[in-house]
Design a binder for this molecule. Structure first.
Ligand code: UDX
Length: 437
């Protein structure tokens, strides 16, 4: 089978590469010629565990191709996945400009049956707009060519995307015809060896499933962040509460960790987009509005603790940050709490020293030389008046506290991810603060 994936961003590249890995002939298409050329050389522009090796292997095997020419591809493939970006508009709704542009290009140039699958996260109703855009172009050309549309939302986690794609918990597919169903079944069969199944449904439900899944997960995090803040006020320990409630199988243990708020490309954007869809339909999604508000507040939590500690006197203080990316194993800083923290620190007149194993270039690109970029986490704490653990990278787990203390000006640690033990830090002469105890 030959397929095309339009958009070589995170989702497009992982999807294309994983399909190539199971033997499908894949062409990844992007309008950015520099990106396509570097991908042809095997240079992957994003940091994702295992992806570069997989790209190289499949390019060498002749199963994975890169192109800027969608028109040419359309004659060769039977399925086109649309995986272009849907950046948020100012009002929070997803901007469908790129998705519809690709749809029109398909309508203008297709010459035989195609299955057009939307993989980008798009509001309910978008696949219908995709169908309309293709049909309009066909009508303009006086062409009668059959085609199908489908929705196949992606549930990849950054840092674990290859494994998530190769052994999915589930594959959700929205379809309108048996033909689309049989093509998608064929394509996904190799991934479904261990009793996984493709859940077929109507297109609107598939589109909704993605937003509902992310909203539920984000709700768990904001809920736990609220509970953690209350634990601090009443003298409870959120780690114990988390264990206590997570043992109820109806609640489950996963995704209950309090912290400094969720970030990344999905949760913040998708929650806002779903709230917007609600508003467009004259329905207030009040739970999600609260989830979003709690998250914005939570991104300030470490800064507020620091401010209390130094009794509002932060001017001239040097603050070290360990971690910048929104979570470990990625260089992604979209909506990262670190950006909010750095902004608050700089505005308060602090000097900021940072270290992250992967996101240093990305940080420099975003905020330039407003902060000092250290070569490792020990250099970051040089003469610091406080240390903030922002992202729970593995290499920050077991530092030599004696060295850190000696290097710092004042030994106080604000642990935004609850990865250290209070007793151990206090034994080492630190003042220690974390979330929820
Ligand atoms: C998420 C979804 O998990 C994925 O299914 C979807 O397709 C895209 O969005 P991702 O954004 O890559 O994936 O990261 P994820 O690992 O889910 O973490 C999201 C955020 O939640 C991070 O900022 C993380 O630090 C935070 N988080 C996660 C918590 O604060 N507590 C937790 O218990 C779990």
């Amino acid at each position: 089978m030959k397929i095309a994936i339009v958009g070589t961003g995170y989702v497009g590249l992982v999807t294309g590469t994983c399909f190539a890995e199971i033997g499908v002939n894949v062409t990844c298409v992007d309008t950015n010629i520099d990106k396509i050329e570097s991908l042809r050389r095997g240079d992957v522009p994003i940091y994702e565990n295992g992806l570069e090796d997989l790209v190289k292997r499949n390019v060498e095997a002749g199963r994975l191709h890169f192109s800027t020419d969608l028109t040419q591809c359309l004659n060769e493939v039977s399925v086109v996945f649309i995986a272009v970006g849907t950046p948020p508009d100012e009002d929070g709704s997803a901007d469908l400009k790129y998705v519809l542009e690709v749809s029109r290009t398909i309508g203008c140039n297709m010459n035989k049956h195609l299955l057009v699958v939307t993989k980008s996260t798009v509001p309910v109703g978008t696949s219908i707009k995709v169908r309309q855009a293709i049909q309009e172009e066909l009508t303009k050309r006086n062409a009668t060519i059959e085609f199908d549309v489908a929705s196949n939302p992606e549930f990849l986690k950054e840092g674990n995307a290859i494994a998530d794609f190769m052994s999915p918990d589930r594959v959700v597919v929205g379809i309108e015809s048996d033909k689309a169903k049989s093509i998608m079944t064929k394509l996904y069969k190799p991934f479904l060896l261990n009793n996984f199944r493709v859940i077929f449904m109507d297109i609107a439900s598939a589109e909704m499933t993605k937003y509902a899944a992310n909203s539920m997960l984000a709700t768990r995090i904001s809920f736990m962040n609220d509970i953690a803040n209350l634990c601090e006020l009443v003298g409870a320990d959120v780690n114990m509460v988390r264990l206590g409630i997570g043992s109820d199988t109806r609640i489950g243990r996963k995704f209950l960790y309090p912290g400094i708020g969720y970030g990344g490309s999905c949760f913040p954007k998708d929650i806002k987009a779903l709230i917007r869809t609600g508003q467009e339909n004259k329905y207030n999604l009040e739970v999600l509005e609260a989830v979003d508000a709690v998250n914005e507040r939570q991104k300030r939590v470490l800064f507020d603790k620091l401010k209390d500690y130094y009794k509002d006197d932060l001017k001239g203080k040097t603050i070290a940050l360990w971690g910048l990316s929104f979570k470990p194993e990625t260089d992604d800083m979209r909506e990262a709490p670190s950006l909010v923290i750095i902004d608050l620190l700089l505005k308060a007149g602090c000097k900021v020293r940072v270290y992250d194993p992967a996101a240093m270039d990305e940080c420099q690109r975003r905020i330039g030389d407003a902060v000092f970029y250290a070569k490792d986490h020990y250099e970051a704490v040089l003469e610091a008046d406080a240390l903030m653990l922002v992202t729970e990278w593995k290499e920050f787990r077991l530092p030599s506290w004696a060295v850190v203390k000696k290097t710092m000006n004042h030994a106080v640690l604000f642990d935004g991810r609850n990865i250290y033990e209070k007793e151990e830090l206090e034994e080492n002469g630190f003042d220690y603060f974390c979330i929820g105890l």
